[in-house]
Design a protein around this ligand. Sequence first.
Ligand code: SAH
Length: 332
Amino acid sequence: MDLKLLEGKLAELGEPRYRAAQAWRWAARGAEGFDVMSDLPLGLREALTESVPFSTLAVEEEAHAADGTVKVLFHTADGRPVEAVLMVYRDGRRSICLSSQSGCPLTCTFCATGQMRFGRNLTAPEILDQALHFRRRGPVDHAVFMGMGEPMMNLDNVLAACERLPDLGITHRRTAISTIGWIPGIARLAKNPMPIRLALSLHAADPALRSELMPVNDRYPLPDVIGACEAYYARKRRKVFVEYVMLAGVNDSFAQAAQLADILDPRIFKVNLIPYNPTGSQFTGSSPKAIAAFRDELERRGPRATVRLTRGREIDAACGQLAAARMIPAGR
Ligand code: SAH
């Protein structure tokens, strides 16, 4: 919901300012439309239904995986594709994975989003409407900016959306922004008062290999990125999560685990190893055995490490698979 548009419309209708807050309270709790907002006058509800779109996004397709993961493909008013994912866990956690851009201008070689055409930055309402879509289906309690796009390249809109997430049930502490290492964004997040978690897509400790996998490493070299994360920690006292996608024969050797452990202060960083999800790239994923060995070697040398649970792979909803293509129609 575009709250600026709503406020403008309410002013035009000569309504008191508190009406916008009233309407937002309903929307944030999962209301399906203005018509159910029973503390707004009936005529006003009708006028708003006529003039303010309830969402800035239209649902194009929805796919459901057996593990409970739901992937939704939306399009914006100007026809840009956007995907978001709901992940449900056995412990009851309901986490949403949000997109910050339609497509992505960066070209990480293993990521499907990097292979599609970049569209544009999403507006704050377009980011929030992804979350509201899932909120209308049930409670949500965690959010990660790990969908399409590089959130730090669109930080104003990402942070504006984050400010509203607690109203949906997602506290800042349960919100994480993942970045390829966009230093100006990391520095800004460190200064922002919201206690949002930082996640860093690292993928290779060796500079030459990292540049090969992620060309953006030439612009923001890893030592400087690590420095920015350490500064974030100094200010926020919140651990930085390192994401490391496991590519067979590329970045999964013992020596590479040692090299990774060398650059990560265990007091500051925690490693999350990500099994590679197929994206049609030249890579194959490391075997579960290789991943476990890499994790053990890391932990032996210092940093805590876990292996990410893969969700929604059969509907191309897993990490790195969002490309607004090959959707399986909802099976219900
Ligand atoms: N641009 C930001 C936000 C997207 S997060 C970032 O890269 O951090 C998406 C996460 O999925 C990143 O950690 C990314 O490196 C990872 N990823 C990309 N392609 C993947 C793949 N094929 N398999 C597993 N993880 C992948």
